[in-house]
Write a protein that binds this ligand. Structure first.
Ligand SMILES: NCc1[nH]cc(CCC(=O)O)c1CC(=O)O
Ligand SMILES: [Zn+2]
Ligand SMILES: [Zn+2]
Length: 328
């Protein structure tokens, strides 16, 4: 055998196999998405998201304390308003007594070292379930949408969020949120994470179920990116970086590793997040339940792909599992 034919000499041992990865998953790379209910005592399992629940404000301490003890370092909050008056402009999104603002304050005071990010969108709070404000014909009205989204982001920053993460995909929102943060004294206090390349995916089903945010008519294809649109994704990533995003995100993750890799090359000086979304999590679980693979092996394999593509931060519902798995 020729010398240059031999590769196996380099990965005979579990440790030497680890050296073959440029980067390995650490606890600091994990951001855990959690659903905050407006029922203060809720701890309600979500049928389509194995092991995940909607949590009321009074249950957050019991839920999060054991995870923080295991090394949880960041969360991203999603509001789930079950009993509010939704309207055309998503008024309950920044209700001072609403679940997100109460949860930010509560988590900041209970866990001073925990990094708190907030998803910013209107779809959970609009009566039509779309992510922006609409023209009478049902199409997105961009200018007032962006204005309203910036207002909501600023309210979350004021409540103490370390990071705001707009997921609405309206053009121009990064620039106007950054402007609002700067003009109100939060320029150096609040990080802006842009869901830059968010695709119109079939993988959001369990989330819409969990958050009650499915559109009442139509779909999101005129604002979320078409799955084949690699060029559009590249333009969106560059635009958001130019508009002042501090972190770039790609979403979903598993079917979009080329986009993660593009982002790593286009904006190499930004942290790069990817979101392993609800449908990916459900899919990995379903395969394990069907005996296709071991859950833990597949979960690690999925994240290895994201790290290999260039992600430095991973939003995943597997976070509590990884905190355990990384310890043994
Ligand atoms: N703006 C809503 C929003 N924010 C995050 C997700 C998906 C997250 C997941 O599926 O885990 C969605 C769903 C959607 O756009 O329809
Ligand atoms: Zn939305
Ligand atoms: Zn969102």
């Amino acid at each position: 055998m020729d010398i240059s034919s031999i590769l196996q000499g380099g990965y005979q041992h579990p440790l030497s196999r680890q050296w073959q990865s440029k980067r390995q998953l650490t606890k600091a790379m994990l951001m855990y998405p959690i659903f905050i209910s407006d029922d203060p005592d809720a701890s309600q399992l979500i049928a389509t998201l194995p092991g995940q629940s909607r949590w009321g404000i009074n249950k957050l301490e019991g839920f999060l304390a054991p995870l923080v003890k295991k090394g949880l370092q960041s969360v991203i909050l999603f509001g789930v308003p079950m009993n509010c008056n939704k309207d055309y402009r998503g008024t309950p999104a920044d209700d001072k007594e609403g679940p997100v603002i109460l949860a930010i304050k509560k988590i900041r005071s209970l866990f001073p070292d925990l990094y708190v990010a907030c998803d910013v969108c209107l779809c959970e709070y609009t009566d039509h379930g779309h992510c922006g404000l609409l023209h009478p014909d049902g199409t997105i009205n961009t200018a007032p949408s962006v204005e309203r989204i910036a207002e909501v982001a600023l309210s979350y920053a004021r409540a103490g969020a370390h990071c705001v993460a707009p997921s609405d995909m309206m053009d121009g929102r990064i620039k106007s949120i950054k402007r609002a943060l700067i003009d109100n004294g939060f320029g150096n206090k609040c990080t802006l994470m842009a869901y830059s390349a968010k695709f119109a995916s079939s993988l959001y089903g369990p989330f819409r179920d969990a958050a009650g945010s499915a559109p009442s008519f139509g779909n999101r294809k005129c604002y979320q990116l078409p799955p084949g649109g690699r060029g559009l994704a590249r333009r969106a990533i560059q635009r958001d970086a130019a508009e002042g995003a501090d972190i770039i995100m790609v979403k979903p993750a598993m079917p979009y590793l080329d986009i993660i890799s593009d982002a790593a090359q286009l904006t190499p000086d930004h942290p790069l997040a990817c979101y392993q979304v609800s449908g990916e999590f459900a899919m990995v679980h379903a395969g394990a339940a069907a005996g296709v693979y071991a859950l833990r092996d597949m979960a690690f394999e999925s994240v290895d792909g994201m790290l290999r593509a260039g992600a430095t931060l991973i939003l995943t519902y597997f976070t509590p599992d990884f905190l355990d798995w990384l310890d043994n």
